[in-house]
Design a protein around this ligand. Structure first.
Ligand code: 13P
Ligand code: SF4
Length: 348
């Protein structure tokens, strides 16, 4: 965070951090907006939370806290500010609201969706519960509040294995990310099935399985392939490859490390490989490159999350100026979703 309200000082601070990843004219323009955001943030007693996928000028200027979705949920739970501005996507802002039902939570863009959150409805979860009665439901935080409300516990990519282990049950329903579910199943040695929508067309009951998944995918991480990895390794045999667990199990297996966005950042900070390649959305690659100028980040990434991309410094300024877009959720959804999110936060 650069908590500057003076545009000149902000520009110099941004230049010192970002001159290797952002053109100078952009830094000049953005520093004025960022300085004004910081002034308004103090005036309105707001806190700004920034996901690791925010573009470099935003990520490095106005957020009071940056991190992965678990770290930001924890920060949201701890804040004493009146307003939370969530620079991330809608499901993250909803999670902040679930944890702070009496505070104003602002999302700087109207939509800022997520292909995983869009892949499942509350009715889908109710149908699965009817089909697999008594089996606890673990829901990835990349879901909307009404889906969380149908769940027993939430998880993020940072704690999915620990959350599943905490249940001590023979079976779990794990929704909605197919790849994260497969990766967790692999790591914990569980058999996973993906039931078809029509229960009459399956023989699920005859199978020996411990996890029940759903066929949701992240539209960004789905793009990475083992061929990409093979091509990079051919060119850079000593490269260290990091993959988010929303990538396919084959991609994760062909990589050297897999973890949440926060875990990937810490891995690069705490290691000294000749080259790194990140298989995740590309603004984070820029942010890591800016923070680690001595490390060689291979810049082969061209996959930007279109939903994260909706959040800019301009939109964040407007959010504070116009008090928009306020996250509102029905009371019963808030209360039921809070149980699942709080239970996750308690696990860590
Ligand atoms: P993290 O929890 O690792 O930050 O991931 C959130 C996300 O949406 C990744 O695509
Ligand atoms: Fe959703 Fe994928 Fe974007 Fe993350 S990167 S917000 S999972 S679409």
């Amino acid at each position: 965070m650069i908590n500057e309200t003076d545009p000149q000082k902000m520009y110099r601070a941004m230049q010192a951090k970002l001159s290797n990843v952002v053109p100078d004219f952009e830094l000049k323009l953005k520093s004025e907006i960022a300085a004004e955001i910081n002034r308004l943030k103090a005036e309105k007693n707001a806190v700004i939370l920034g996901h690791n996928y925010m573009e470099p000028t935003l990520f490095n200027s106005v957020p009071d806290f940056v991190g992965d979705s678990l770290e930001l949920a924890r920060r949201a739970a701890q804040t004493d500010k009146d307003i939370i501005v969530f620079c991330g996507v809608r499901f993250m802002a909803e999670t902040a609201k679930i944890l702070n039902p009496t505070k104003t939570v602002l999302l700087p863009a109207k939509k800022a969706g997520c292909s995983l959150a869009a892949s499942i409805t509350a009715q889908d979860v109710r149908d699965l519960k009817t089909r697999f009665p008594g089996v606890p439901v673990v829901t990835y935080v990349n879901t909307y509040a009404d889906v969380k409300a149908e769940s027993d516990i939430c998880c993020t990519s940072g704690n999915a294995v620990a959350v599943v282990a905490s249940l001590h049950t023979d079976r779990v329903i794990f929704l909605p990310d197919e790849y994260l579910a497969r990766n967790v199943a692999k790591e914990t040695g569980k058999e996973i099935i993906f039931p078809t929508p029509d229960p009459r067309k399956t023989t699920d009951s005859e199978l020996n399985f411990q996890m029940i998944g759903w066929l949701g995918r992240c539209e960004v991480h789905d793009k990475f392939t083992v061929e990409d990895i093979a091509n990079v390794r051919k060119q850079f045999p000593d490269v260290t490859i990091l993959a988010h667990p929303e990538c396919s199990p084959a991609v994760v297996a062909a990589s050297d490390f897999s973890g949440s966005t926060g875990a990937m950042i810490r891995f690069v900070e705490n290691s000294s490989a000749p080259h790194y390649l990140l298989l995740t959305e590309c603004a984070m690659g820029d942010n890591i490159a800016a923070a680690n100028p001595d490390k060689d980040m291979l810049r082969l990434c061209s996959v930007r999350c279109p939903h994260m991309n909706e959040i800019t410094l301009e939109e964040t300024l407007e959010a504070l100026q116009k008090n928009q877009y306020v996250i509102e959720l029905p009371q019963d959804i808030l209360e039921r979703a809070a149980r699942a999110v709080q239970r996750m936060i308690a696990i860590g």
